[in-house]
Structure formats: structure tokens, C-alpha cells
Write a protein that binds this ligand. Structure first.
Ligand SMILES: [Zn+2]
Length: 412
């Protein structure tokens, strides 16, 4: 528990309510609720999520990268959180499991981009798991810039006096409740510009009981918690005229046989979902089976974060709102040619194919991208001769009018 932060919060900040509020200011919240496959969220009654969905939309989505390729990503909690935060799959962010042993902080997370551009804006993390702030956002990691959110409330799971660990994980339920209420109170009174809320209890019930009434009950509890967050957001919108967006998603599905496990690449373990009140959701959101990596660039777009081009070239996700020129890039190397295929959307402008034969970015360096092809928008297939460009990795970026598509090609 972060007593200092909470004391400061109660001691001073409540008094400043609203003084600096400006109409139309953009504010974003994203929530990860743990381990709920799409088929289950669609089956259980969730009136809270339904309210939010009505203002924006619901879509099935996925985690796990592209199965069988270099982006294949374990369907494990912290791995999924970091894919959301960085907009990249595990081959880049390097968080392979919940140990978070060696994150590659060269792939910046959303908080870091936001803080760099808007040092005076307020960020917040409310979480039933401490590592989300300390290791993933990176407040305890020098290489992540030691970025400390302005408001944070977490670490209660380490207080075994106040929250003795019981087999039924009721202590996690109690923590989720307090995390939710704190998040709702801070949103209502302080309106952080970018907030992350993480709730865990659903996954505990999934592990213990699998597909069961207990699991469904946990989802309904979660739904009521989301409603409390949504009410706080609605309160701000109504009373302060701020422009709020909220995204709720999950970090992985569960196995088909029992619903108790996850981590693998089965369809149900990869199957997730996104609920949001966002305006301007595109066809890719509704029909493209978007990935958890798409949420970060979508939030960046909403918050007007200008990501430098060389960092944009590394982001795997694309925006779920507004115009897109293409989606679903596949890349393959055969006999010294790279074969690219994607799904064109808007046929305006050109498609430029950039290739870097190095990966210095991974270690903090820069890569020189070479323009190897320019083709009219609407093109869906290109093949490129790389016989004169020997390399152990090719990083490919297709630059389209409205978005970039990225892929790594590694010779066998
Ligand atoms: Zn999880």
C-alpha cells in the first residue's frame, strides 16, 4: 500500500476539485479485467458494460500475436498487459511471463510517451497487482525512466495483515473493491488525464473453478465495478464538460476443456474482447478481430500524442478509430524475396515499403530504413528482392496514408 500517495491524495488534493477543469479536455481510462474469454463475456449478463457499449461499441479481439510467427505471444497476464501498454508483441517488449524478468524498455509504454509530451498532465494507476506500476509502467525501473504516476493505489496484495491470503481469493475480491472505489473517487474529484485500472478477481475464480457459476458471478461483480468507474466518468462529463474515453478489455481467454488454464495458443485462450464508449470506431474495430496491441495507438491518437517516426515504425498496433489505409500485414521470406500481403482499406495515396536490415532499436540504437518499393494504394501484394541486402533480420514497415503496418522477417 502506498500510504504516502493516499495521504497526499486525501490531505490536499480533494480541495482543488474542479478549479483547473477545462471544458473539452481529453481524458482516458483503460481497464484490464483479468482472464475472461469472449464467449463468456457475451454469455453473462453485464448491464454495466452494456451502458458503455451503447455509447461506443463492443468487439471480439485477440491476444497472443500471430500464431506460428515471430510475434507469437504467450496468453499470460503480464505479457498481455505489456502488449497493451507498449502496442507491441512479446518479440519486442520481452515480457514472457508474470516474472517480468527483463522487459525491453526501449519499446516505450503509453505512460512514457504521454509524460514526455505532457509533463504537466496527470497520470494514474489503480491496480490489484503492484508490478503493473513498478515494473511495467516502470516506476521502479531506471531504464523505463522511473516514471511515477501522479496518483497511484496498489500493493494491497502484499499487506497480509489487512488482507490475509485465503484459498478462495476473497482477499483479491476485497482489494478489487477498494481499488475500484479509489479509482472512481480520484476520477470524480481529480480527473487524471490518463488512468489505468487493473482488476484481478475474475482470473482467480477462473483458475479455481473454470467455467462455472463462481466464474460468472465474479464477472458480474466486475461489471458492477466497471459501472462505478463509468459513473465517475459520466459525472466528469456532465459537470465539467470533459471529453472522456474508456476502454475495457481482458488480457487472455481460457482453455476450452475446463476454463481453468491459459498461456497457450488455442482459439479460446487467444479470444478476448474490447468495450469502449469511443466515438468514430472503424470497421477494423468491429470486424477486423483487432489485437490488444491496437489499444495503445488508439489512446495515443485520442490524447494527441505525437509519437516520433522511428518509434512509430516499431509499434505493432493500429488505431481502432478513424481512417485506416490497410490492415493485417503478412510477411514471408522465400529465396531472397520478401513477400508482403495486406488488406487495403482506403485507396488514397501510395504505399511505401521500408526495410531495415538491422535491429539496433532493440538495444537503444537506430536503424536505417531503405525505401524498397512504392506502389499505389489499393495494392494488396508486393514482393521485394533483398538479395543485395543480406541480414539476419528484416524489419518491414508499409507506410500508408493513414497508418503504418509493421512486420519482422527472420531468415531461417
Ligand atoms: Zn491474466
Amino acid at each position: 500500500m502506498e500510504w504516502k500517495s493516499i495521504a497526499a491524495f486525501i490531505g490536499c488534493c480533494f480541495l482543488s476539485t474542479g478549479i483547473f477543469a477545462q471544458s473539452g479536455q481529453k481524458k482516458a481510462v483503460f481497464v484490464i479485467v483479468d482472464g475472461i474469454p469472449a464467449d463468456v463475456i457475451e454469455k453473462v449478463k453485464t448491464p454495466g458494460l452494456d451502458q458503455i457499449k451503447k455509447a461506443g461499441g463492443y468487439a471480439r479481439a485477440h491476444v497472443g500475436g500471430d500464431s506460428g510467427t515471430i510475434t507469437e505471444t504467450p496468453t499470460i497476464s503480464a505479457v498481455g498487459y505489456n502488449s497493451l501498454l507498449t502496442g507491441t508483441w512479446v518479440n519486442k517488449h520481452n515480457v514472457w511471463d508474470n516474472d517480468i524478468a527483463a522487459p525491453n524498455y526501449n519499446y516505450w509504454n503509453l505512460f512514457r510517451f504521454f509524460d514526455k509530451q505532457y509533463p504537466n498532465k496527470k497520470t494514474a494507476v489503480f491496480s490489484t497487482w503492484l508490478d503493473n506500476r513498478t515494473k511495467l509502467v516502470g516506476s521502479a525501473a531506471a531504464k523505463a525512466g522511473n516514471l511515477q504516476p501522479d496518483y497511484y493505489f496498489d500493493g494491497l496484495e502484499l499487506d497480509t495483515v489487512r488482507f490475509p491470503h485465503d484459498k478462495d481469493a476473497q482477499y483479491i475480491h476485497r482489494i478489487d473493491e477498494i481499488v475500484t472505489d479509489t479509482a472512481a473517487a480520484v476520477i470524480k474529484r481529480e480527473a487524471p488525464d490518463l488512468s489505468w485500472v487493473y482488476l484481478e478477481y475474475t482470473d482467480d475464480m477462473g483458475h479455481q473453478y473454470g467455467d462455472s457459476q463462481q466464474f460468472y458471478d465474479a464477472i458480474q461483480i466486475m461489471d458492477r465495478q466497471i459501472l462505478r468507474l463509468w459513473n465517475a466518468v459520466e459525472y466528469r462529463k456532465k459537470n465539467f464538460g470533459e471529453d472522456w474515453v474508456i476502454y475495457i478489455t481482458t488480457d487472455h481467454g481460457r482453455d476450452a476443456a475446463t476454463g481453468k488454464n491459459h498461456g497457450g495458443q488455442s482459439k479460446r485462450e487467444r479470444s478476448t474482447w474490447i468495450v469502449t464508449n469511443a466515438k468514430g470506431l472503424n470497421d477494423y474495430f468491429f470486424n477486423g478481430n483487432p489485437g490488444i496491441v491496437d489499444i495503445m495507438p488508439t489512446l495515443a491518437k485520442f490524447l494527441d500524442i505525437q509519437i516520433p517516426r522511428e518509434q512509430l515504425f516499431e509499434i505493432d498496433g493500429i488505431a481502432l478509430t478513424g481512417k485506416l489505409s490497410g490492415t493485417h500485414l503478412k510477411a514471408e521470406l522465400k529465396e531472397k524475396r520478401i513477400y508482403l500481403e495486406w488488406a487495403p482499406v482506403l485507396k488514397e495515396g501510395d504505399a511505401k515499403v521500408w526495410v531495415a536490415p538491422t535491429n539496433n532499436f532493440k538495444t537503444g540504437g537506430t536503424d536505417k530504413y531503405v525505401l524498397l518499393a512504392t506502389v499505389p494504394a489499393g495494392t494488396s501484394r508486393v514482393s521485394i528482392d533483398v538479395s543485395q541486402l543480406p541480414a539476419t533480420i528484416y524489419k518491414v514497415v508499409v507506410e500508408l496514408q493513414h497508418n503504418f503496418l509493421t512486420a519482422w522477417v527472420v531468415p531461417k
